[in-house]
Every structure is written in structure tokens, then in C-alpha cells.
Design a binder for this molecule. Structure first.
Ligand code: ADP
Length: 579
């Protein structure tokens, strides 16, 4: 490997780059997936909590509405304890329960009766158009509580008329609580007496105590003494929740409701559609709800529709596409790295070949050149060859010289590539150096005129005479070569501050503007040149730039295609002659 290539070799092996990119992009995919998952989890959790809150508020609001209705009903009886059945029905009918408050089984009134007043109550209710009315279950008790009114009086509710709820311990506990506190009280889970069909639902009741005189008495004794009955509502739990949520076609949460604080199967009031008791979701939430003084436990879980939210569905797509993109990227970069490696290998082979070939050519060429020039000198001295033979020898000399220049160019190129092109600077008068080159070239010109404009005073630079002469010779050779129709070539030399500026201008083919930036690259030849007519290797300007740069100078070009070109070399003047 040449030194130039060694210098440019990156520290990280190029072959490792695709793997580093693969690892990096896979890592990026993972980090993105992780952050999307975390954000999705948090968003889902928030959404779910919001849904749960809404569901819970809806339940609370609806139960509050039922309790308000019960308070209203209790007020009705407190105002007038002789409400007739017709009046009661009219009152409940105007509430439009089934339409406006679906979910309650009805509104009722259960009257408290002392044993001695029982017959009178039965007689009075029967007289209001219910000839079969009786208080049940039969049997002697300290006090009776008979359901006297229950609307709407449908098939189920008819079954309940006359029922003494106080005779049943669960209901009685709630009735006593309501009576003693003066507040609405919900019962624990019961099976309503209205459950006359095989498909039974869990149920519960809410009681609102009605006291004689209307207001809630202050003391417990008074409350127990002055209780005349209960406004109450029986609820079939499934009907209640379907009534509340019936309009929502696609709820995102499912829930089950337990009476009390212990979620045991025997306390289950309701399980909403879509609830999966066997599924344990990380989002699940358990809440409690106070329903008329009684705690309920609610278990919420996301429905299937909720869990497959966009973010969670995106995740596998993200991981798969991220991995695919990483692999494609890896493949692309690896192909590029491989292509670059083979291109670099090819360039190395080419450079090595040039280097070896030009070295091998140089020795016989030098001998050939030496002998040809010897021959030329002898011919001009002795004049013993015919004119034709003289021309043959001149052609040999000319072509050998050309060959020599080509081989030199190749050698220079190979030296630049391997960092071996070094200049040996010494004080040098540029005016004299340029003049020598111009004088050397001028006699061979047929179609061109070569002028030199230079200051009288010397322009001293610290330069390598041979290398700088090579630069000027090459620029003038190009000016001649790329002005195939002849014309003037002007070489000017001037001092600008602490710099010497040498310009070589021709009126030849010029260079297309868009190619100017590439002109000093190795092996570059402009597109307006026909290589069959004007030969060249595209090495000259490359070598010129290297030599001028090594002198601390610069080279550039101005050109207009079809009008000519001006190459400008700027070199720093030697220190002792600077102003
Ligand atoms: P070569 O002359 O062997 O092609 P150079 O490196 O000297 O290589 O020049 C590179 C290219 O720059 C040339 O092929 C030519 O297209 C363009 N060029 C150089 N000098 C001139 C000029 N005086 N006029 C027009 N084009 C030029």
C-alpha cells in the first residue's frame, strides 16, 4: 500500500461501519419502541382512568336521581298520609319512569301498621279496588310493613303488593337503618319477590323513611315512634345497569359490581357485557361507591376494543419496520463499503502499475533520449545524412522527448500519490526562470505567437527551479495544445504586494464553466476536448497544483468556452525582498 493511501486510511476499519450502523439503528428502533410503549401505556392508563371515572359518575348520578325521586315521594306521603292509589299512580306516571329512568323496577310505598290496625288497612286497600289484597307472609308480628302501592303495577310488581319487607332480615336491616337515621338506605343484595321467572337477577332496594308530620324527628325514639312507612324503590341490578348504559353501544370499559366491600361471588350484583372475569388486565381498577349509605365494590377492566388501541397496534409494526429498515440500511452501506473497498483496491493496483511501469520505462527511455540527442548533434555537425534520414532522426528525437514527458508525468503522479513529490526550494528569480522557459519554447512555434511581459526587476521566490519551470512549461504547452488554430499566447509576470502573479493566457478552445471546479483533479479532461484529436492524460494540472501548493502558492483558472483560458499561478515572494 502506498504512503498516500496509508495517510488517508481511517482509524475505524471501514468494514465495521455497516455493523455499527446496524447496531445503532436496531438500538434506535428498540429505544423508540420502548418509549412508544411507555407513552402508550401511560396514555392508555389515563384514558382508561378517564373512562372509569365517567362510568362511575354516570352510575352515581343515576342513583342520586332515584334517591331524589324517593325523597319527592316521601314528601308526598309526609304531606298527606291518606294518598289514594289513584293519586299515587298519577304521581308516578307523571315521572315517566320507564322512559326517563329505565332501570328501576318501580316506586312504591310500604305502610307501617300496628297489629291492631292491620284489618283496617286491609279493608281500606281492598276498598280502593284490590279485592285480593292481603299482608304477607301471615303470622303474628310486633309491627307490619305492607307494600300498599307499587307502580308501574305490572305483572312483577303485582306479586309484591302486600309483602311485608320488614319480615325479611336483609330488607329489614336497611329499613331500620333508614328509619333510625332519617336518611335513604340501600339494602344488601336480595332476590326481589318480583323475580317470578326462571331468569332471576340480583336485586336491591332503597328505602326513604316517611314520618308522621312530614319532618324527620330529632331523636331516635321519636323517629322509631313516628315512622309511618317507607317510600322505596326495588331494583333489578342487571336492568338497572342496562338502563343506565343501554344507549352506549361501544363502552370501552367493562365492570362488575359487588354489594359490600368483599367481592365474593355471592355478593355479585351485576357483570357488564364484555367483562372477562378470568382475565387479569394491568389496567384494571377497583373502586368503591356509596349507594344510599351502602358500599359497593366495582371492578373495572378494559374491554377488548380498548386494549387494541392504535398505539399498542402500532408497536409491532414499528418494531418490524424498524428492524427491516435497519437491515436494508445495513445491506446498502455494506454494499457501498464493499464497492468502495474494491474501487480503492483497483486504484491501488493502477497506481502501483503506473509506478512500476514508469520506473521500468524511465531507464531505457533515458538511454534512448541521450543517444538520440547525441545523434542529432552529430548529424548537425557532420551533415553526412540525407535530408530524409535527418527528418527521421528528428522525429525519433521528438517522439522520445514526448514519451519522456509522459513517463515523467506518470512518475510525478505516482510520487504525489505516495507523498514522495518533494521540492527543494532555493532563492530563484522568477522573471529569469519564466524567460528561460519562454525562450526555449518559442523557436518551435509555427502557428502561435508567444509574448512575455515581465518587470525589469527580479522577482525572487523560494522555489525549486526545475519544478517551477515544469509548471510554466506545462501551462504554456497546454495553451499551445488547446489552441489548435494557433493564435497569441501571452505570458505575464507581475508583482502584487508580497506575491508574484504569473498568468498564461490563450485564445483557444476554453473550458466549459461547469467543468472548471473539477479541472485540477487527477485524470480529468474537459468534455469539450476531442481526445482523438488532442491527446493527454489529465495529469498535468494535478501535478501543477501539487507543486504550486508545496511552494505555499495557489493556482486557478478563468475561462470562457470558445474564447480562451487564463491560468494564474500566485507564489509568495521570498522574505528578504518583501516591502
Ligand atoms: P492533459 O492536457 O494531458 O489532458 P492537464 O492536466 O494538463 O491534462 O489538463 C487537464 C484538462 O484541462 C485538459 O484535458 C483540458 O481539457 C483542460 N485544459 C488544460 N489547459 C487548457 C487550456 N489552456 N485551454 C483549454 N483547456 C485546457
Amino acid at each position: 500500500m502506498s504512503r498516500a493511501v496509508q495517510r488517508r486510511a481511517p482509524r475505524v476499519p471501514t468494514s465495521a461501519i455497516p455493523y455499527a450502523v446496524l447496531a445503532g439503528s436496531l438500538l434506535l428502533t428498540l429505544v423508540t419502541a420502548f418509549s412508544v410503549a411507555t407513552t402508550a401505556d401511560a396514555t392508555e392508563q389515563l384514558r382508561f382512568e378517564h373512562e372509569v371515572q365517567q362510568t362511575q359518575s354516570t352510575i352515581e348520578a343515576r342513583i342520586e336521581t332515584y334517591i331524589s325521586m324517593l325523597r319527592g315521594l316521601a314528601g308526598l306521603f309526609a304531606a298527606d298520609d291518606a294518598i289514594s292509589r289513584a293519586q299515587f299512580r298519577a304521581y308516578v306516571e307523571q315521572l315517566s319512569l320507564p322512559q326517563r329512568y329505565p332501570g328501576t323496577q318501580g316506586l312504591g310505598f310500604s305502610a307501617r301498621v300496628a297489629p291492631e290496625d292491620l284489618d283496617e288497612l286491609v279493608a281500606s286497600v281492598r276498598a280502593q279496588g284490590q279485592p285480593d289484597f292481603q299482608v304477607w307472609p301471615a303470622g303474628p308480628r310486633d309491627e307490619y310493613h305492607a307494600i300498599v302501592y307499587l307502580e308501574p303495577l305490572d305483572r312483577r310488581n303485582q306479586t309484591a303488593i302486600g309483602y311485608d319487607m320488614f319480615s325479611e332480615p336483609t330488607r329489614r336491616a336497611a329499613m331500620e337503618l333508614a328509619r333510625d337515621t332519617g336518611q335513604p338506605a340501600a339494602s344488601a343484595k336480595v332476590t326481589l319477590v318480583q323475580e317470578i321467572d326462571a331468569d332471576k337477577q340480583a336485586g336491591f332496594l332503597i328505602y326513604m323513611p316517611v314520618y308522621r308530620g312530614g319532618r324527620t324527628p330529632d331523636t331516635l325514639e321519636e323517629r322509631r315512634e313516628q315512622l309511618i312507612g317507607f317510600a322505596y324503590s326495588p331494583f333489578r341490578a342487571d336492568d338497572l345497569f342496562v338502563g343506565i348504559f343501554g344507549t352506549r353501544t361501544d363502552p370501552l370499559v367493562a365492570f362488575e359490581v359487588y354489594d359490600g366491600l368483599e367481592p365474593a361471588p355471592e355478593h355479585l350484583l351485576h357483570r357488564s357485557p364484555g367483562f372477562r372475569p378470568d382475565v387479569q388486565s394491568t389496567l384494571s381498577i377497583t373502586t368503591t361507591l356509596a349507594v344510599a349509605g351502602r358500599p359497593w365494590t366495582l371492578h373495572y377492566q378494559p374491554r377488548v376494543t380498548f386494549e387494541s388501541s392504535i398505539a399498542s397496534r402500532m408497536l409491532p409494526i414499528l418494531v418490524i419496520s424498524g428492524t427491516l429498515i435497519s437491515l436494508v440500511l445495513f445491506w446498502l452501506i455494506r454494499s457501498q463499503v464493499q464497492a468502495r473497498a474494491s474501487a480503492e483496491a483497483a486504484i491501488r493496483v493502477r497506481d502501483d502499475f503506473f509506478s512500476v511501469a514508469s520506473h521500468e520505462l524511465k531507464t531505457p527511455l533515458t538511454v534512448l533520449l541521450g543517444n538520440t540527442q547525441l545523434l542529432l548533434r552529430r548529424i548537425s555537425r557532420e551533415q553526412h545524412l540525407s535530408e530524409r534520414d535527418q527528418r527521421v532522426v528528428q522525429t525519433i528525437a521528438y517522439q522520445s522527448e514526448r514519451l519522456n514527458r509522459l513517463v515523467n508525468a506518470l512518475l510525478d503522479h505516482s510520487r504525489i500519490q505516495s507523498g514522495r513529490l518533494v521540492i527543494e526550494p532555493a532563492p530563484l528569480d522568477l522573471v529569469a526562470a519564466v524567460r528561460r522557459v519562454v525562450d526555449e519554447i518559442r523557436p518551435s512555434l509555427r502557428q502561435h505567437t508567444l509574448s512575455l511581459t515581465a518587470p525589469d526587476a527580479p522577482l525572487i521566490v523560494n522555489g525549486d527551479e526545475l519544478r517551477l519551470a515544469q509548471v510554466f512549461q506545462n501551462l504554456i504547452d497546454n495553451a499551445i495544445k488547446y489552441s489548435p488554430n494557433g493564435g497569441p499566447i501571452a505570458v505575464t509576470l507581475e508583482r502584487r504586494g508580497d506575491r508574484a502573479v504569473i498568468e498564461v493566457a490563450d485564445c483557444g478552445l476554453g473550458i466549459p464553466a461547469d467543468e472548471l471546479p473539477s479541472l485540477f483533479q487527477q485524470f480529468y479532461r474537459a468534455g469539450n476536448i476531442d481526445p482523438r484529436k488532442i491527446s493527454g492524460m489529465g495529469i498535468g494540472l494535478y501535478v501543477i497544483r501539487e507543486i504550486v501548493t508545496q511552494h505555499g502558492g495557489s493556482v486557478d483558472v478563468e475561462s470562457h468556452e470558445g474564447q480562451g483560458s487564463t491560468f494564474r499561478v500566485i507564489l509568495p515572494l521570498a522574505g528578504d525582498v518583501r516591502p
